[in-house]
Design a protein around this ligand. Structure first.
Ligand code: A2P
Length: 324
C-alpha cells in the first residue's frame, strides 16, 4: 500500500503536548477485521487510535500494533493510543488494575490517554447492566474517587494523560475541584446535528481538548435506536451540496468540519477505501461560508443516549446523566 503522510493536524493539550486531530475509532470494529484495518491505517498515515476494553477487540488491536512496530512501519513515540476504564472499575484501586489489563491486551508499556468511559458505575461482575440493582450511584461511588485512580495511573507511568468521556460541564467542574492532575480531553458525541457548542466553548476555555465520537453521525448507533426518526447526516442535501463543491464525500466534509472547529475526530472504519478517504479529509479546507452553513444545522439531536444506564428505576436518568 502507498504510504501517504500529509501534514498531520494536531491539537495542543494543556501541557503543550500534541494529539493528532484525526484518529481511528474502533467501536464495532469486528474481530477478524480490526487487525487488517489497523495495519492499513498505519500504512496510510493514521497515528491516533481510539480503543476501549468494552469494544472487545483490544487483543487483536494489540497484535496489529505489535506487528506494525516490529515491522518498523511506525515507532511507539509516533503513535497516540487512547483507551478507557469501563464502568466496572471505578473504585480508585480498580482503575489501575483495568489499565494494566488493557496494556497487556494492547501489548504496550503505556498509553497516551486514559479516559473514564462513562460518568456511571456498575457492579464489577456486570459488563452491561440489565436491572437497576446492577448499577452503583455516583453518591456511592463518586467520580472524584475514580479520578484519584486515574491520577495513580499517571504517577505509575502507565499513561501520559488522563481524561473523561461523556462528561458534562458540571461533572468536569466536580472533578476539577479536587484534581491534582488536569483533565486533558473530554470525548463526547459531536457532529453537525449535535454540535455541543457550549461544552466545546467551556472545554476550550479550560484548555481541555474535545474529541468528537460518532463524527459521521453514528449510522450504527442510530440504527440501534427504536423509533429512529432523525434523518441521517449522509442524507442531508445541504451537506451533499457542500461536498460536491469540493469534489469530496459527505463523510469528508463532516470530518473536515470537526477538525476545522478545533475538535479531534475519530471515525470508525474497517474498509480500506473509507480509511483512506477519511484520512484525506484532514486536508480538506472548508470556506467560512460553508462552516457557517454547517453550524446552522445544529438540531440538538443526540444519537447515543446512554440508555443502557438509564434503566427503569436506575439512579441514572437522562437528566442527571447528561445534566441537560
Ligand atoms: P465501515 O467500517 O464499513 O466503513 P462513526 O465513527 O461516526 O460511528 O461512524 C462509523 C460508521 O460509518 C461505520 O458504520 C463505518 O462503516 C461508516 N463509515 C466510516 N467511514 C465512512 C465513509 N467515509 N463513508 C460512509 N460510511 C463510513
Amino acid at each position: 500500500m502507498i504510504r501517504i503522510l500529509p501534514s498531520m493536524k494536531q491539537l495542543s493539550l494543556y501541557n503543550d503536548q500534541l494529539m493528532p486531530a484525526l484518529g481511528l475509532g474502533t467501536w464495532k470494529s469486528q474481530k477478524g477485521e480490526v487487525y487488517t484495518a489497523i495495519r492499513q491505517a498505519i500504512a496510510i498515515g493514521y497515528r491516533h487510535f481510539d480503543c476501549a476494553p468494552i469494544y472487545g477487540n483490544e487483543k487483536e488491536i494489540g497484535t496489529a500494533l505489535h506487528d506494525a512496530l516490529l515491522a518498523g512501519d511506525v515507532t511507539r513515540k509516533e503513535l497516540w493510543i487512547t483507551s478507557k476504564v469501563w464502568n466496572t472499575h471505578h473504585r480508585a484501586e480498580d482503575v489501575i488494575v483495568a489499565l494494566k489489563r488493557t496494556l497487556a491486551d494492547l501489548q504496550l508499556g503505556y498509553l497516551d490517554l486514559y479516559l473514564i468511559h462513562w460518568p456511571a458505575a456498575h457492579l464489577k461482575t456486570v459488563k452491561i447492566p440489565k436491572t437497576k440493582e446492577d448499577l452503583i450511584s455516583l453518591q456511592q461511588l463518586p467520580l472524584e474517587e475514580t479520578w484519584q485512580g486515574m491520577e495513580e495511573c499517571v504517577l505509575a507511568g502507565l499513561t501520559r494523560h488522563v481524561g473523561v468521556s461523556n462528561f458534562s460541564t458540571k461533572k468536569i467542574k466536580g472533578i476539577q475541584a479536587s484534581a491534582k492532575i488536569k483533565i486533558a480531553v473530554n470525548q463526547v458525541e459531536a457532529h453537525p446535528y449535535f454540535q455541543q457548542k457550549e461544552l466545546l466553548a467551556f472545554c476550550q476555555q479550560q484548555h481541555i481538548a474535545l474529541t468528537a465520537y460518532a463524527p459521521l453521525g453514528a449510522y450504527e448507533r442510530a440504527s440501534l435506536m427504536p423509533n429512529h426518526t432523525q434523518p441521517f447526516l449522509s442524507d442531508s442535501p445541504i451537506i451533499q451540496r457542500i461536498a460536491d463543491q469540493y469534489d469530496a464525500t459527505v463523510a469528508q466534509v463532516l470530518l473536515a468540519w470537526g477538525i476545522q472547529r478545533g475538535t479531534a475526530v475519530i471515525p470508525k472504519s474497517t474498509n480500506p477505501d473509507r480509511l483512506l478517504q477519511n484520512y484525506q479529509a484532514a486536508d480538506l479546507s472548508l470556506s467560512t461560508e460553508d462552516m457557517d452553513m454547517l453550524a446552522r444545522l445544529d438540531s440538538g439531536y443526540r444519537y447515543e443516549r446512554g440508555s443502557y444506564i438509564t434503566l427503569e428505576g436506575s439512579p441514572y436518568t437522562a437528566k442527571n446523566l447528561w445534566d441537560e
